[in-house]
Each structure stands twice: as C-alpha cells, then as structure tokens.
Design a protein around this ligand. Sequence first.
Ligand code: TXA
Ligand code: MG
Length: 322
Amino acid sequence: MPADGDLGEASAVLRTGGLVAFPTETVYGLGANALDARAAARIFEAKQRPSFDPLITHLADAADLEPLVGPVSPAVAALAARFWPGPLTLIVDRPAEIPPIVTSGLDSMAVRVPDHEHARRLIAAAGVPVAAPSANRFGQLSPTRAEHVVRGLGAAVDMVLDGGPTRCGIESTIVDARGDHPVVLRLGALPVEELEKVTGPVTVRPGSSGQPVAPGTLAAHYAPRTPLRLVSGAGPVGAGRGYLAFRDRPAGDWAAVEVLSASGDLTEAAARLFDALHRLDAARVTEIVAEPVPDTGVGRAVNDRLRRAAATWDPAAHEQQV
Ligand code: TXA
Ligand code: MG
C-alpha cells in the first residue's frame, strides 16, 4: 500500500491535469481526470495513441455509475452489481460531463470499477472519474509491473504508483449490454462463461476492428518488439530463439524459455503472460515461438492476445523501443 502521502500527491496530480500510472487488478493504467479534455489529450500524446481509440473511464465504486451516466439497462445494472469491482468494462451512453475526446467522439463510453485498493483509493481521493488506458505505448505489450511502465513511458508520466505485479495480468473483458443481446467486444480477464451465468448466451465479436469496436481488437496489438510466431505442435527449433510454453518445458536448445504455468492453471498463465513476453523481449532472442493455451475460460483471452501479438510485426511501429 503506498503511503497516504503518495496517494494524496497522486490525486492532486490528477486534479491538476497530470498523468498518474496506477495498478489495477488487470494491468497498469495511465490515468487522467476524465472531466478534463486537456488532461485526456495528454494520455493520447504520452501513449502515441491514435485519436480514434477511445479510453475507459474508471470509477471508485459501482454506486458512482448512475449519478454520472443516468439510468442504465437492466443487463448493465445486473453485470455491474455482480462483477464490480472487477475486470469487466461496460459500454454505456456518454454523459455530457465527459468530453468527447475521452470517447474519441463516440456517443458511448466504456466504464469500469477496478478491483484494486490503490486504484479505488486514488480515484476516490481525486474525486473525479479517471480515464485510463493501459500504461504502454500504443500497440505494445501491456504493463503488469511498475517497472514496465517506467521502461515504456518514462518521462511522459508525472507519477507512477507501484503496487507490485498485477493479479489478473490481462485486460478487462469489454461488453456492450445496452441492447437485448450482450456482445463481447474484447475477450479479457473475466471469462465469457462467467458473464453468461448472469446474461445468458452472449455473442463474442473480438475480430471486428472497425469503429466503434475496441481497437484492443486490432489484428496487430499487444506486440513484443521481437517477432512472435504462434505454433501448434512442431515448430521451428533452436538457436537464438525463445519459447513461450503453457505448462511443459520444450525439448531442444532454446536461448530462453518461459513457462506460463507448470501446474497448467489458466489463471496463473494469464497473470504471467505479459511479464513473460517482456522478459523474452529483454532476452534479445531472434524470434519468440509461442504455443496456444487450452481455449477455455480465461485461456480464450490469452490465445486472443497471442494471435494479435503474432499477427504482423511492423518494424516502424517498434523502432523507438529498439
Ligand atoms: O483492464 C483494462 O481494461 C485496462 C485497465 C487499465 O483498466 N485498460 C485498458 O485500456 O485495457 P485500453 O485503452 O488499453 O483498452 C481499452 C479498449 C480499447 O480497445 C478501446 O477501443 C475500447 O476499450 N473502448 C473504449 N471505449 C469504447 C467504446 N465506447 N466502445 C467500444 N470500445 C471502447
Ligand atoms: Mg491497451
């Protein structure tokens, strides 16, 4: 727990238009006052994020939702009641107080209550909703430790609150439950199976990438600097390459190996995914060979991240990090 002084200072930074990186249960967020268009603009600059990619607004408590956005649909209310605080982002109508830059001009807004003491105390102390994308440069690996934020964003952030490694390790699940039939816009830390216990069957639409769908669903995203190849069964072996395994160490002579969960636990695998990719990147291997995990529960979100990391590798998008 950061000292109260740190939280007090961080909340003052937010209130005066600054950027604070803070831990959540999913990944570290890069926060700004969501009521302040200039502060939100600084997020886009710091991340080098295209202005068409809307931000998620974070609240300290589920009870803060309707005072901000007005009445929500029964499905949104039921999901918020069941899963907040937690790794679920809901789509609601954007209220007039939230400047359009936060939602990239959309009439809708993504909102969640993170399940992390630092995050909730920070937002409550700031006394404003906090817009926060993942605290990484656009398209790159998400940060699950404070040092990932410092390495990736450095001086672009006014303050980083260190809460140690994040518990879930991948981003929240994004659901649009405004209409009759809920649609998952991004697979994430809350498994689809859990959602369906509340809503009944949902449609998963992670592949669509046009507006206003989540750009976390763009084909190439969550990418390490090193080219990543997703294999099933036999793949390239050896010299200079790194291997990302689910539970069993691979045979052969690899320059670096990361095992996501020796006991085969998908929750542990998700929690370790980005940290393992950060380490393989740092090991300066020529290529990362990754195997998919079982495609069930949170494993679906892990495979989604791996497919996007493998989708393309654009040196131009990565050169400032090399
Ligand atoms: O776990 C998380 O969600 C983390 C932590 C910090 O809360 N945040 C996060 O933010 O992953 P970001 O910006 O990396 O991804 C947010 C995604 C983007 O792909 C964005 O397009 C989508 O949410 N999004 C935001 N507003 C939306 C809207 N109105 N409709 C559809 N998608 C939206
Ligand atoms: Mg992100």
